[in-house]
Design a protein around this ligand. Structure first.
Ligand code: SF4
Length: 368
């Protein structure tokens, strides 16, 4: 706790606030308003929770990007999981996925109608489930960014070791660096710099952003989750912009190494290969996902159960797509806090504990 106190120290935060204002004053006026995008749901939550936006000088804005893994999962993926549940298979999932609306129904809806949906707190719980129900097929919903991939695909080796044959994965993993490229290349999105995710960076390493920074000349600063981590990250970004630089800076070096976590990377490479992936709001981004290699085909739920994930049709009123691209703030959605609340979410950004709309609803003054 003492350790965390250091990263939440109000006096240090005030000093950093003053330093940020001083650096911001050196920025050329044409750079305002300046959008810094955080691409991490945990950053989004921390920024809202600690009111960090209010500590920034006028014209410097933190906007949320596609950093919540549940939120970027396409409605068509939920449709596929619902279809499998309706066929009588057991669906094992992290809890956040339960209330995400698909095109017509959520997993919570089909569970209420009698389908077997089991909430897991770790991927290993799915293995246990398959072991305890040898006569039932269990499908684990394998979504998430680089952070969660290795523990999930470790299920494959564990299932082989234990001779478990009734477990498969419905895979929709996503990769962050290709998403940064898609955002930077979109002429409608104006991001001056990225506050890069902490957990993802711990896996892929700080060097993984070098090609992006070289190609797009956009500063990338990796920051931890504590308020002072985030403020330090913002200060680092503004210093780069004031100096006319674009570099990868690792403010979270107590966890993130230049080369990341080679053990996790090896597990990922053993079982998965890059694939195009469909992101809610961002569409299909080349090589931004992972699919199981042919040698793990028996664990691929799509192949095993003769099903294909196809694009879904989310509620037309929902603005999650724009929120995930940083084009709208959650309160700009007409449904925010009215038709859409955490109790009755219309879109995934209000469902997930890392969603921008949920963060805004929980912590901001904008709530109706
Ligand atoms: S408030 Fe609800 S409907 Fe609107 S963008 Fe957010 S999640 Fe979607």
């Amino acid at each position: 706790m003492k350790y965390l106190d250091g990263f939440r120290n109000p006096d240090a935060a005030r000093r950093l606030q003053a330093e940020i204002a001083a650096v911001a004053a050196r920025l050329p006026p044409r750079r305002r308003p300046l959008h810094v995008m955080e691409v991490c749901g945990s950053h989004t939550m921390a920024i809202a929770r600690y009111g960090l936006r209010d500590l920034l000088p006028p014209g410097i804005e933190l906007i949320s990007g596609p950093g919540c893994p549940v939120c970027v999962t396409d409605a068509g993926y939920i449709d596929a999981a619902v279809e499998l549940a309706r066929r009588g298979l057991t669906i094992a999932t992290f809890g956040d996925m339960l209330n995400v609306p698909g095109s017509a129904a959520s997993l919570a809806d089909v569970r209420a109608a009698g389908a077997r949906i089991e909430v897991c707190y770790s991927p290993l719980a799915a293995l246990d489930l398959a072991c305890r129900q040898p006569d039932r097929e269990v499908v684990f919903l394998a979504i998430g960014f680089e952070t969660t991939v290795a523990p999930v695909v470790s299920l494959i080796a564990a299932a082989r070791r234990d001779g478990i044959r009734n477990l498969s994965l419905l895979v929709a993993f996503k990769l962050i660096p290709p998403a940064l490229r898609a955002l930077a290349a979109d002429p409608e999105i104006h991001v001056a710099a990225f506050l890069c995710p902490a957990h993802v960076s711990a896996i892929i390493g700080a060097d993984a952003y070098q090609p992006f920074v070289r190609d797009f000349r956009v500063p990338c600063v990796i920051a931890g989750f504590e308020p002072l981590d985030i403020l330090l990250g913002v200060k680092g970004i503004l210093e780069q912009l004031a100096a006319g630089e674009a570099r990868v800076e690792n403010q979270y070096s107590r966890v993130v190494r230049p080369g990341g976590n080679p053990l996790a990377q090896a597990v990922i490479a053993r079982h998965l290969e890059p694939a195009d992936a469909s992101w809610r709001g961002l569409g299909v981004i080349p090589a931004s996902g992972l699919k199981l290699r042919p040698q793990a085909a028996e664990f691929d739920a799509e192949q095993r159960h003769g099903l294909r994930i196809t694009p879904g049709t989310p509620d037309r009123r929902c603005r999650c797509g724009d929120v995930l691209k940083g084009k709208r703030r959650p309160p700009d959605c007409p449904l925010f806090g009215n038709a859409c609340t955490p109790e009755h979410p219309v879109g995934p950004c209000m469902v997930s504990s890392e969603g921008s709309c949920a963060a805004s609803y929980k912590y901001s003054q904008d709530r109706p």
